[in-house]
Ligand binder design. Structure first.
Ligand code: HEC
Ligand code: HEC
Length: 298
């Protein structure tokens, strides 16, 4: 009898100790998720509903509908707000994480490409949970999105390993994690080979992205090649291009370079990205400059 009572008391005490700690770690998770989604991961660069002038409609940052056309696909980014009917409000955390990292929805349909699942496949378990925790805090928006179509066979990603991110103190490795697990730099900045991105020319640019019929941009060479890449740029030059979309020559970079989101990156994360970019192999590849500028995009 007295033993039982002790047990009951200690249970109450441990709950009292555990609860505030759990609440705090949820807050930390949401905060990390908000940073990732609105910073280096830039989900709404694709998942925002765009006005005809390409600006993102108010309150529709995650409501989907952005139409992305390519010879390989004709897709509409999904509504990823917690709306139960038109968004992902009914999905479990595991289902959302699988969609992000493996590119497969709960019905088993493949959603990649261009959803950057090959990059997100490398996302740590902690960061994947943080992204989902943040998505849960968004206002549900009712917005039906049209169906996507692909002209190529789609392929799901292998099961994600969820390995922890490298220590932030290992600047180059951590920068590599941001680039290759979060910010999907190379999915835009690598030229296409016959069967997909030509990773032997990682970062060499020249991938054609169609923004609208007749409006193509060619991604830049971001390897350290001094002639055709960014080998002659100072670290400050590179950071200005990443966060403000302005080159050392004062040229504005074209969308869909996600600089408005990258502008929210911490100084440490930016330094890590730049340190990592210095270490990738230089590839000589002269890329045609895009002529047009779009003030309102994104
Ligand atoms: C390069 C563009 C792009 C980026 C960046 C992107 N997505 Fe997507 N995503 C898409 C497209 C396009 C679809 C729709 C595919 C389809 O119709 O099956 C999609 C589908 C999804 C789905 C499946 C939803 C459904 O109803 O089928 C989820 C969940 C999702 N994205 C979450 C995210 C999250 C979270 C991020 C950021 C971590 C992100 N996406 C970044 C393009 C993108
Ligand atoms: C959704 C596609 C996309 C993603 C993701 C992306 N970029 Fe870009 N980036 C572009 C486009 C498009 C341009 C501009 C091309 C132009 O203006 O001709 C560009 C331009 C740049 C430039 C300017 C280079 C120059 O010579 O003008 C740098 C530097 C750059 N990106 C680095 C990065 C880094 C680092 C990342 C990841 C942290 C990244 N980009 C992610 C599409 C992307």
């Amino acid at each position: 009898m007295s033993r039982l009572r002790v047990t009951a008391v200690s249970a109450v005490i441990s709950i009292a100790f555990v609860m505030p700690a759990a609440a705090q770690s949820d807050d930390a998770l949401v905060k990390r998720g908000a940073y990732l989604v609105n910073g280096p991961v830039a989900c709404s660069n694709c998942h925002g509903t765009r006005n005809p002038d390409f600006s993102i409609a108010d309150g529709m940052e995650f409501a989907g509908g952005f139409h992305i056309v390519d010879p390989a696909f004709d897709v509409y980014a999904a509504n990823i707000t917690p709306d139960k009917e038109t968004g992902i409000g009914d999905w479990t955390d595991e289902q959302i994480i699988k969609a992000i990292r493996e590119g497969v929805d709960p019905e088993g349909d493949i959603i990649f490409p261009p959803m950057p699942s090959p990059t997100y496949n490398n996302m740590s378990d902690d960061d994947a949970k943080a992204v989902v925790a943040y998505l849960r805090t968004l206002k549900p928006v009712r917005h039906e999105v049209e169906e996507s179509h692909w002209n190529i066979p789609q392929q799901a990603m292998p099961p994600a390993k969820g390995a922890p991110a490298p220590a932030m103190s290992d600047t180059v490795a951590y920068g590599g994690y941001i680039v290759n697990a979060l910010a999907h730099c190379f999915e835009c900045h690598t030229p296409m080979g016959p069967t997909g991105p030509d990773m032997s020319r990682m970062g060499a640019g020249g991938l054609e992205i169609t923004l609208a019929p007749g409006m193509s941009v060619y991604t830049s060479n971001i390897t350290p090649d001094p002639e055709t890449g960014i080998g002659n740029w100072s670290d400050e030059d590179i950071k200005q291009a990443i966060t403000e979309g302005i080159t050392p020559q004062g040229r504005h970079v074209s969308p869909p370079m996600p600089f408005p989101w990258f502008n929210n990156m911490t100084a440490e994360d930016l330094d890590a990205v730049v340190a990592y970019l210095h270490t990738i192999p230089a590839v000589s590849n002269k890329v045609e400059r895009t002529e047009f500028q779009m003030k309102n995009f994104p």
